[in-house]
Design a protein around this ligand. Structure first.
Ligand code: TYD
Ligand code: MG
Length: 461
């Protein structure tokens, strides 16, 4: 009998060791190295049509390279196409990661059902019946989608050969198992081996493959980082599970930009594409409420109008509470200190709560000014006009700093019917004849001055 071969892998970064050790020398994590059995019998490879015709690569002049092969497949989903960079490239491997229950299986099944190409959806997680039940909720009539429940890669390739699909979806890479490796499914060596086999299949037959990958509790795709290096595109599906919005972004994309963003809304009948996100991120309300301000932010390259809500109230306990949802709490404290020091507001004895609607997290510094405006509005208990919006960063000395791509933000605000946008005086703006009033300010005191004006008009009313 062949000797059982084992190797030690770091479960965090995938580094390989000859013997066990306490700390991984590569990623410096402790206690992550585990023994895995790898035993490779002679590979009697599955046959692909091209693997018999031996291809030898030759250098080609870059101008002579034919790109017509790289034609992209339309996924019939505007948001998905946009994130991929205009459709799926043939022979590419795409990995979709996300927390459990966020909707990865729903998204890919929904796309598979909609495609006009012959699609094979392979699931190692759910039975054919369960998938059918889910499919019935999403889109009951599809003639191109085949479902296979199988986890052994050798069997999968046999079925693929028989069916010859145009697109293959695998849910999920952690459930796959290759006979060439003895360790259990989901281990580092299995994930590596199964991905390698799928890459070989994708490149040789020019069939695009979509993989679902689980993520670990700190948000990385489970398995080694090497998995992310192996595939062409890494997509991340994220959102707050208690909210309906889901954001799809590309962390890596060999065939497009990583700045694009797709937005979906989870409904009873699957995921709905949201082509105009600003409309839903701004809450509907009767009349104007104090403590609300709208910020013009950018997510990737996409302008988004989001609503910030603040509540400032007298602290009940000795130490005032400060809490922020969707916004960095340290930055909130900094903005409060700036308001205290530069604009003379006594917020030291007040509780301050801040919330970004829609359950999304924003780290664009351009929302600073809207945060300050919402805090002032709540503190004075005076509502801002609902057609005002803000896009600027606030510095430590209370200066209003310029932000990138301000014109794109202004145009989005104009499109959505805002009457006035507050931006930094130091932003260079070449826009002419806009329907929106561009209010330039340079210091936090300027904003407070505007507030004074609003208060006076409120009292006169
Ligand atoms: P799922 O796609 O299985 O998540 P993942 O594969 O990322 O683990 O399920 C996501 C959640 O979405 C599930 O808890 C139920 C919900 N859901 C809907 O709200 N509407 C639907 O039409 C479907 C299919 C699921
Ligand atoms: Mg799933």
């Amino acid at each position: 009998m062949a000797k059982v071969k084992t190797t030690f892998f770091c479960q965090n970064c995938g580094s390989q060791y000859a013997k066990w050790q306490g700390q991984c020398t590569s990623c410096k994590e402790w206690n992550t190295i585990a023994e895995e059995v790898i035993q490779k019998p002679e590979k009697s490879d599955w046959k692909t049509p091209t693997s018999t015709t031996k291809r030898v690569s030759k250098p080609l002049l870059i101008n002579d390279i034919d790109t017509s092969q790289e034609a992209r497949l339309d996924m019939r989903d505007g948001e998905f196409n946009r994130v991929l960079g205009g459709g799926m490239v043939q022979g590419s491997l795409t990995l979709l990661g996300g927390e459990p229950g966020i909707g990865k299986s729903t998204l890919l099944l929904q796309i598979a059902l909609r495609l006009q190409y012959k699609t094979l959806y392979i699931s190692g997680e759910e039975s054919q019946k369960q998938i059918k039940m889910r499919a019935e909720r999403i889109n009951p009539n599809s003639n191109n989608c085949y479902i296979l429940t199988e986890t052994k890669t050798q069997n999968i390739f046999k079925q693929i050969e028989a069916l010859d699909p145009d697109i293959v979806v695998v849910d999920s890479i952690q459930t796959l198992h290759s006979d060439y490796i003895e360790s259990s499914a989901g281990s580092i060596s299995q994930i590596k081996e199964c991905t390698t086999e799928l890459i070989k299949f994708a490149k040789e037959t020019s069939t695009p493959v979509l993989l679902i990958g689980h993520i670990t509790k700190d948000g990385h795709i489970a398995g080694p980082k090497i998995l992310e290096h192996m595939v062409d595109t890494v997509l991340q599906f994220e959102g707050d599970r208690n909210h309906v919005f889901r954001i799809l972004r590309a962390n890596k994309n060999r065939f497009g930009s990583t700045n694009e963003l797709g937005i979906y809304e989870m409904q009873g009948s699957g995921l709905r594409e949201v082509s105009n996100p600003s409309e839903i991120l701004i809450s509907e309300k009767d009349g104007e409420l104090s403590g609300n301000a709208v910020a013009a932010t950018l997510e990737g390259l996409r302008p988004l109008m989001i609503e910030i809500q603040a509540l400032v109230s007298t602290a009940v306990y000795g130490t005032p509470q400060r809490s922020a949802t969707g916004f960095n709490a340290k930055r909130l404290n900094m903005l409060l200190a700036v308001l205290e020091k530069r604009a003379g507001f006594r917020l030291g004895a007040k509780d301050v709560f801040l919330n970004i609607t829609g359950g999304i997290t924003v780290d664009d510094p351009a929302i600073d000014l809207a945060v300050v405006a919402s805090i002032l509005s709540s503190n004075e208990d005076v509502a801002l006009p609902s057609d005002y919006c803000f896009a600027a960063e606030v510095g430590l000395s209370g200066e209003i700093r310029p932000v990138q791509r301000v014109e794109q933000r202004i145009l989005e605000a104009e499109k959505l019917g805002f009457s006035t946008i507050f931006v930094s005086k130091y932003n260079k703006i070449a826009l002419k004849n806009t329907g929106i009033k561009i209010q330039l300010i340079s210091k936090i005191e300027d904003l407070v001055g505007f507030f004074g004006l609003i208060f006076v008009t409120m009292i006169l009313k």
